[in-house]
Design a protein around this ligand. Structure first.
Ligand code: ARG
Length: 463
């Protein structure tokens, strides 16, 4: 028995591969990640072959036992992966020959590496969908807890990174619940669409053997077989969809990270992360750096890059399989690993962060953040057209700046000098608490709304 791959697929070749050819061709260094999927697919395939009378049940049990032994070797780290066997499929099959002899050669009946790799990769990416959904659910639940806790904690809301209107920290966190909630719906949607089995498409055209594709689909927990053999071996949409979902999710994580970096800076001082989530500087002892947030922001480029790489690899490919498609894996594996560590890090930071409510409130009151409330009051209580109210408010803001005070500190007489209809009652809308409490429109920032949104999301996540 030889492990030379000449025995498996190089029957018509007379010389060995050149070293460079072997180096560019081999995928075993990375596709060994799919070993468990490869073995599960092979066991299902062998069962189906026996059930259909294509191989004997004695041969099938020898094959299944051999594959189980290989699985154990791999899990125990005792399997020797070999580059001259090119990929995970040939490595496993060659080892099966060593363990059970020529019967191993019956496993590849009615199958090709083209439908085999399409199946293995789909199973692997399906697991990645499930892990991402689980991490997102955990992140959402933690965000909901923190949003509830901070539902009445006033902070500045920004446009152009300039203090615009007061909001609450809870409402701000709930904005990320909406984003990650869409991400969760996207990954679930993609999971539903991709759950079809390409196994049995063989090289590209199907097979003359009387196979049962429903059986293998069911055994591998697919909803059913794919419908077109040519599409089955050339389709990588499921990986593109995962990477699209992951890219957008990374963009959300990155925007959140950018805010954490800002909030952590001494100039903002809005939040604190504990020692578990910060690093120090080797030279400046006063520093507490939010490295995890910066790394998430930085790593987003890798995932977006993987998406671009896969789309570009696919765009010029004629049907069906071309070796270019082997380039689907490293990018996807890297993106999956990156997304998962970033979701875990964000989950950790969100659970850990402590708001400095005093700093937030102080900042919310600066920059005349309640100017819109003042204009709204002039409109609703005095009956001014909003444009006029906007103009009067502008004059009041100028007055406040001239006096060097905030809007709620302008004396009534000074206000009435600008517009005689203004009364004492105006002060009730000028405080930041009054401002956020008044924003009760659906989707608005009022603490009661935030608590209602938290409750509604909990129900959504249950279903
Ligand atoms: N290592 C290959 C891949 O990752 C397996 C499929 C090989 N098929 C072929 N016809 N060469 O895509």
């Amino acid at each position: 028995m030889t492990t030379d791959k000449g025995m498996l697929i190089r029957g018509r070749f007379t010389t060995k591969l050149s070293n460079v050819m072997e180096a560019i061709n081999a995928s075993i260094d990375f596709d060994q990640k799919m070993a468990m999927q490869d073995i599960a697919g092979s066991i299902a395939h062998s069962e189906m072959l026996a059930k259909q009378g294509i191989i004997s049940s004695a041969d099938q049990s020898a094959i299944a036992q051999g594959l189980a032994a290989i699985r154990e070797e791999i899990q125990a780290g005792k399997f020797t992966f070999s580059r001259d066997l090119e990929d995970i499929h040939m490595n496993v099959e060659s080892r099966l020959h060593e363990l059970i002899g020529p019967t191993a050669g019956r496993l590849h009946t009615a199958r090709s590496r083209n439908d085999q790799v399409a199946t293995d990769f789909r199973l692997w990416v399906r697991d990645a969908h499930d892990r991402a959904a689980e991490l997102l659910e955990a992140l959402l639940h933690t965000l909901l807890e923190r949003a509830e806790e901070y539902s009445a904690t006033v902070m500045p809301g920004y446009t152009h990174l300039q203090s615009a209107q007061p909001t609450t920290f809870g409402h701000h966190l709930m904005a990320y619940v909406e984003m990650f909630g869409r991400d969760l719906s996207r990954v679930r949607d993609s999971r539903r669409r991709m759950n079809e089995s390409p196994l049995g498409a063989a090289a590209l055209a199907g097979t003359s053997f009387p196979i049962d594709r429903e059986y293998t689909a069911k055994a591998l927990h697919f909803d059913g077989p794919t419908r077109n053999s040519m599409d089955s071996v050339s389709d990588r949409d499921f990986a593109v969809e995962y990477l699209s979902f992951a890219s957008l999710c990374m963009v959300h994580l990155s925007r959140f990270s950018e805010e954490i970096v800002l909030w952590m800076s001494p100039q903002f001082g809005f939040i604190k992360l504990s020692d578990a989530w910060t690093t120090g500087s080797s030279i400046m002892p006063q520093k507490r750096n939010p490295d995890a947030a910066e790394l998430i922001r930085g790593k987003s480029g890798r995932v977006v890059g993987s998406l671009m790489s896969l789309l570009t690899m696919l765009k010029g490919l004629p049907l069906t399989f071309s070796k270019d498609m082997q380039e689907d894996k490293e990018q996807t594996f890297d993106a999956v690993e990156t997304l998962e560590i970033c979701l875990q890090a964000m989950l950790g930071m969100v659970g850990d962060m402590q708001a400095n409510a005093d700093r937030m409130k102080q900042a919310a009151g600066s920059g005349h953040a309640t100017a819109t409330d003042l204009a709204d009051w002039l409109t609703s209580k005095i009956g001014m057209p909003f444009r006029e109210a906007h103009h009067i408010t502008g004059r009041l803001v100028r007055e406040a700046d001239t006096l060097g005070v905030t809007l709620d500190q302008i004396p009534l007489a000074a206000m009435q000098a600008i517009d005689g209809r203004i009364t004492q009652e105006v002060y009730s809308v000028l405080g930041v608490d009054n401002s956020v409490n008044s924003r009760v429109s659906f989707g608005g920032t009022a603490p009661a709304n935030v608590r209602a949104a938290v409750a509604a999301w909990r129900v959504r996540l249950e279903n």
